[in-house]
Ligand binder design. Sequence first.
Ligand SMILES: *[C@@H]1O[C@H](CO)[C@@H](O)[C@H](O)[C@H]1NC(C)=O
Ligand SMILES: *[C@@H]1O[C@H](CO)[C@@H](O)[C@H](O)[C@H]1NC(C)=O
Ligand SMILES: *[C@@H]1O[C@H](CO)[C@@H](O)[C@H](O)[C@H]1NC(C)=O
Ligand SMILES: *[C@@H]1O[C@H](CO)[C@@H](O)[C@H](O)[C@H]1NC(C)=O
Ligand SMILES: *[C@@H]1O[C@H](CO)[C@@H](O)[C@H](O)[C@H]1NC(C)=O
Length: 296
Amino acid sequence: METPTISFLCLSLLLFAATLPPPAVSVCNSHDKAVLLKIKEELGNPYVLTSWKSSTDCCREWYAVKCNRTTHRITEILVQYDDNLSGQIPAAVGDLPYLELIFFHKLPKLTGTIPQTVAKLKYLQSLWITWTNITGPVPAIIGKIKSLTYINLQFNNLTGSIPPSLSSLPNLGYLDLSCNKLTGSIPPSFGSFQNQDFYLKLSHNQLSGQIPSSLGDVVLDTVDLSRNMLTGDASFLFGKNKSVLFYIDLSRNLLSFDFSNVEFNPTVLQYIDLNHNRIYGKLPEGLTELPHLQFF
Ligand SMILES: *[C@@H]1O[C@H](CO)[C@@H](O)[C@H](O)[C@H]1NC(C)=O
Ligand SMILES: *[C@@H]1O[C@H](CO)[C@@H](O)[C@H](O)[C@H]1NC(C)=O
Ligand SMILES: *[C@@H]1O[C@H](CO)[C@@H](O)[C@H](O)[C@H]1NC(C)=O
Ligand SMILES: *[C@@H]1O[C@H](CO)[C@@H](O)[C@H](O)[C@H]1NC(C)=O
Ligand SMILES: *[C@@H]1O[C@H](CO)[C@@H](O)[C@H](O)[C@H]1NC(C)=O
C-alpha cells in the first residue's frame, strides 16, 4: 500500500515531467525534407541554407522554410539576400505539394527561367521572385494555379509578352511585373480581373500598343504603367466610378488623348503622374476638387 507521501511525490514528478519540452522527435515530413535537401544542393549549398541539414528537423530547426503546425508539411520557402547563391530555381519546388508561398528576393546570381513545375502547386497563393537575374518568359502555365492571389516578379530580366492566361486567376488581386524587359501589348483579357481592389504595376518594360479599353472595367486601386511605349487613349482609366483608385502613374509613354473632359472620383485619389506623353487639351476642373491629391 502506498503512503500518501509517495503518491504526492509521484504526482509532483508527473507534473514536473509535463512542463518539460517534448522529446526531440522529428516532425518534418520526410518527402519534403528530401526535396528541400535536393533544392539546397542544386543552389550550390549556399550560406543562407546552412541550417538545412539531414540530421535536423526541417519544421523546428531550419531557417527559410515554414511548416503547417498540424500537418507538418512545408508551406513556405523564403530565400533572400545571398550574393553567392547561384544556379536556377530548381524544378523540384513543384514537388512540395502544400507550398503556399515562394519567395526568392535579392539573389543576384539566381539565373535561368521560372520552372513550369510551379503549376503543380495547387495551394500556391504568392509567387514572389524579385531582384534576381532570372530570364525567359512569365510562363503562361501560371494561369493554371487558381489559388494565386499575389504575383510579384519585379526587377528581373524577364522577356517575351505578358501571358493573357493570368486573367483567368479568379483570386488574383496583386500583379507586379515591373522592371523587366517585357514586350508586346497588355492583353485585352486583363479586363476580366474580378478583385475589387486590384493592384497592377507593369512599369519599366518595353510594352507597346494601346492600353486595352477593357482595363477600364477593372476595379483598380493602383495602376502603374509608366516607362513603356504605350500609345493612344487612357482616359477610360479615370471616371466618376473609379471609387478605390488612389494611385495612377502613366508617365513616360506615348499616350495621346484629350484631357479636358476627364472626370475624377474625388474619394481617395492621391497621386496622378502623366509626364512625358502626348496628352492635350485643358486641365479639367475636377482636378481642383480632389481633397486627397498630393501629387500631380
Ligand atoms: C561569398 O563569396 C565570397 C567570395 O568567395 C566570400 O568572401 C564571402 O564570405 C561569401 N559570402 C557568404 C555569405 O557566403
Ligand atoms: C494546416 O493544415 C490544416 C489541414 O490541412 C488546415 O486546416 C490548416 O488551415 C492549416 N494551417 C495553416 C496555418 O495554414
Ligand atoms: C544581375 O547580374 C548583374 C551582373 O552579373 C548584376 O550587376 C545585377 O545587379 C544583377 N541584377 C540583380 C537584380 O540582382
Ligand atoms: C540582366 O540585365 C542586366 C541589366 O540590363 C544585365 O546587366 C545582366 O547581365 C542581365 N543578366 C542576365 C542573366 O541576362
Ligand atoms: C465606368 O465608367 C466608364 C465611363 O466613364 C464606363 O465606360 C465603364 O463601363 C464604367 N465601369 C463600371 C464598372 O461601371
